[in-house]
Design a protein around this ligand. Sequence first.
Ligand code: NAD
Ligand code: UDP
Length: 315
Amino acid sequence: MPHVLVSGGAGFLGSNLCDRLLEEGWEVTAADNLLTGRLKNIEHLRDHERFRFIEHDVTQPFEVNGSLDYVMHLASPASPPDFTTLPLETLRAGSYGTHCMLEMARAHGARFFLASTSEIYGDPPPEHHPQSEGYRGHVSCTGVRSVYDEAKRYAEAATMACHRTWGLDTRIVRIFNTYGPRMRPDDGRVVTNFICQALRGEPLTLYGDGSQTRSFCYVSDLIEGFVRLLLSNETEPVNLGTDEEFSVRHVAERIIALTGSSSEIVTAPNPFDDEPRQRKPDISKAKRVLGWEPHIEFEDGLRRTIAYLKNELEL
Ligand code: NAD
Ligand code: UDP
């Protein structure tokens, strides 16, 4: 059975990925320094015979027992507030971390999979909406979010360079906003913030006027796309996300309705001056190359996430 190393395996996406790979019958080793992830996310796997956890900072070299078939690099802070509090850690995860994981893949003759992001497109102009893989981006290299955007751009460049120079077998996924169970309630992202605020009866904080847009993919759909891309022959980057686009104000209104909350919506200054105004993926490549498309409706995914967060907050 294949053996896969998942960096960032105790995080939101990483832990959901580990579950899925174990369901496939694979052997899974997760490496994580618990910077933004939680042991709680993988607690249920502690005694699983095909799962191992290594507490380690993947910006430093390390060894894994046995041979590896796949190396999946997800380790990185991923929430905008983390870019302010963990800027150097974010840069290192994308640069040194990516190199360590590329070296690991090379040493094992394994296929390398990079979790990149829609943030590499930056704040796209209207003519590049939706964003397709060919769009090269409009990114600030000095703003608050630049530590993440530029680190991921660097990680993609490093991955392609190792593909060309070493002949390393590589895959790159550009992930658009994803949500669902195992997100940290206090991660500061919009879905978790709004649901927690609504459940606690606190005002929902709309940054700016709330007209900025995002498209939200439910975690199980995304993980299905990961597996398909990992097993495909596609070595160029592939977008994964939903192409249903909502304003942030609409998200706040839907969450208030679905939680039955009496919370009001308030506006607050946007802490990021370099955030995208509009974001929606062009997923035609994923449909064509992977036969993939998302299936979970936004309201259905929100209901599942509300149930998870209610439990997390012990409400
Ligand atoms: P997360 O914060 O829940 O998970 C990241 C994990 O990486 C955490 O468990 C953290 O402890 C670990 N980590 C960070 N630095 C590390 C290091 N140096 N060594 C070892 N472990 C380290 O975030 P997530 O949402 O699960 O994101 C996972 C990956 O997916 C990230 O690379 C992120 O950039 C990418 N991504 C996520 C989204 C999304 O919407 N969730 C969107 C685009 C890209
Ligand atoms: N946002 C908001 N209120 C919050 C958190 C976020 O209005 O409490 C907005 C944020 O300004 C952005 C969108 O919601 O326009 C998505 O933010 P998130 O942090 O989830 O991810 P991003 O897509 O910006 O990386």
